[in-house]
Design a protein around this ligand. Sequence first.
Ligand SMILES: [Fe+2]
Length: 182
Amino acid sequence: MATVRIPEQGRTLRSKDEVTTFLDSIGIEYQTWTPEHPTTTDASQEAILDAYRKEIDALKARGGYVTADVINVTDQTPGLDAMLAKFSREHSHDEDEVRFILDGHGVFHVHPQNGPVAAIEVEAGDLIRVPRGTWHWFDLCADRRIRAIRLFQDPAGWTPVYTNSAAETRFEPVCFGPAFVR
Ligand SMILES: [Fe+2]
């Protein structure tokens, strides 16, 4: 279950209704998925995509996504810091960023053009859709671990377009869930 913080207002949202309604108000789609046949966290990409086939197909049909894959990142991933640095500065994409979290934690900061920045901390079971053009940035939590299903309209569209606003420097990239370590 995702947690949403709005640092500039000192607000934290924790209930599913509050989180879903608030995220919808800033254009972010949020769902929780429970697979018909749960998979283990070390299951193959094929087994995971199969377990969530119904949900993936429904999203594909609605959003025009053509491919789905599974990204697996751990503290041991070569080049992890360079990879993270690409996405921890405020940017947008020419296509939606759709992630279903299978394991680990991360925090998406979303910067609406007419509202305060929201920090969305995600964990296993959370689906988030950040529409194309939305200003955002992403950090891992202290466990430096994330495994997630990604959906693409066109993988080439996923290149970050930086805003160069430095908005991310005004917010601590910290997580407040179980993975939080000061
Ligand atoms: Fe992104």
